[in-house]
Write a protein that binds this ligand. Sequence first.
Ligand code: SAM
Length: 316
Amino acid sequence: MTPAAFEVFATLLKSRSGLVIGPDKLYLLETRLAALLRAHNLVDLEALALALRGGNATLAAAVVEAMTTNETFFFRDDKPFAHFRGQVLPQLAASRPAGAGLRFWSAAASTGQEAYSLAMIVAESQALLGGRRVEIVGTDIAREPLARARAGLYTQFEVQRGVPMTALVKHFRKEPEGWRIAEPLRAMASFREWNLLADLRPLGQFDTIFCRNVLIYFDQPTKTRVLEAIAERLAPDGVLYLGGAETILGLTERLVAAPGGHGVYRRANAGAASSPSATAPLGAIASAMKVISASAAAATDSRPVSSLRSGAAGAS
Ligand SMILES: C[S@@+](CC[C@H](N)C(=O)[O-])C[C@H]1O[C@@H](n2cnc3c(N)ncnc32)[C@H](O)[C@@H]1O
């Protein structure tokens, strides 16, 4: 491939999704885009680059999606989930008024395993949470993985990667095609197409954010920008989890390491307020209230908060 053609891909990916690729990643372009070339009868990457230069928006979106790495599994890395179950949930349950809802965000949700791992923990913590309304929002830039997340249907191999047998029996239903997440957990979770480079404010505020194994693909300025936008979405006493190879060090001072775990962070100015209602945008509170009443009206309605009903407002 000519350097000019390579530059077309590198520029597109960096601007649309934050993904940085150097010339050493040429093989990635070749392997990940092979199916796309076939589907569009394009002879090679040069031809694809030419079509992109011509402004083909459908192809551009397809290239961005094909280049995402969607690897994930249930209870990935264990420790963040143990920390969430053992420290964060009890602390939130103790500090929030009875009846106040809780919102959790899986910010690069892929096929949904992270969001549903949280849902399983929430379901198993009902005694602690005292019937509070919990909303789990999963977002991602890639449509196909999100469609799988919404379906909540996993293969034997996928559930074997991380789901304990007791949890499998409790939280999944066996179907001919695989294992389906049980309805109460699906009702807790909703999935939206949302680009982390877009305006994150319409998503509202969250008590816990999992943003794991996505910053690694970004350059330093993009990591800083995304981390600072995420910090703004975090409740003053909320917690952010990053992936094992990710850190805030040298990137932002708006977050600080939280005690009790590697890769766990809080807002740097967390002392300023102690409850989310002190700083949550009115829209987020109104949205949360709507979710509470909607859930009372239809316990199986898994649609997201009204602030998210703007469709693909955050989509690239
Ligand atoms: C490796 S997966 C991580 C999944 C899960 N968080 C985990 O740790 O197991 C990375 C996900 O980030 C998504 N992603 C990449 N760039 C993104 C962006 N700019 N905005 C939102 N999601 C993005 C990809 O589509 C992919 O599903």
